[in-house]
Design a protein around this ligand. Structure first.
Ligand SMILES: [Fe+2]
Length: 208
């Protein structure tokens, strides 16, 4: 059974997994600079807006299907180029991954949900120029609550259905975000959640 699981009362928390980092930063920068392009929405969904990203798909799994993906991005398979990073990802991201999409936002993202059904979302910040957190949730008073991360992990998980999320875009600052798509492994998510919410208690964003 792979029944949906997310800790109750929790919106978002850092995952207690090793840091995800490219094997060779210079090589990564040259690939990302050369290969990335606009990420475009090809269908309208419940949230009715288009993303404002550039980016690159760096992995498509055997079950990836363009017909199920409402965004299109350039694709350049990096799984053989950065074997250590992909080993860390495959061993630790609690998901049977169909697609890893790397994205850099070029405009702010207004508060939204990405899905119309309960879904958990996994994100890794690969590179961050912002000195303040920019990824936020909106509480029941309409205030932004930012997800901050400890030094020991750059990955977090959130429940898409409980609070709206969005992202600020600060002038002349950018970030490089990994977004994972696939089939979440809720047994692993439960195990990771149990230890992550203890270790990273002060970083938990509650549902309020
Ligand atoms: Fe989103």
């Amino acid at each position: 059974m792979n029944e949906f699981y997310f800790p109750s009362g929790v919106q978002s928390f850092p995952l207690d997994i090793p840091k995800i980092a490219v094997d060779d930063v210079d090589l990564w920068r040259s690939i990302y600079t050369e290969k990335k392009g606009p990420i475009e929405k090809t269908a309208i969904n419940h949230n009715g807006f288009s993303g404002a990203w550039v980016g690159l798909d760096i992995y498509h799994g055997p079950n990836y299907s363009t017909s199920k993906d409402i965004y299109t991005a350039n694709y350049y398979d990096c799984s053989k180029i950065f074997p250590n990073m992909f080993k860390t990802i495959f061993e630790n991201i609690p998901m049977d991954i169909n697609c890893i999409r790397v994205a850099t936002s070029i405009k702010p993202f207004i508060p939204h949900t990405d899905f119309s059904i309960p879904v958990v979302s996994l994100r890794t910040i690969l590179h961050e120029q912002n000195e303040v957190p920019t990824f936020f949730y909106v509480n029941n008073k309409g205030e932004k609550i930012y997800q901050t991360l400890p030094h020991s992990t750059n990955t977090w998980i959130y429940n898409d259905s409980t609070m709206l999320h969005g992202s600020d875009k600060l002038p002349n600052k950018s970030k490089v975000l990994f977004m994972y798509y696939g089939v979440p492994n809720f047994k692993k998510i439960r195990e990771l959640a149990d230890k992550s919410v203890v270790r990273y208690k002060q970083y938990i964003v509650p549902v309020i």
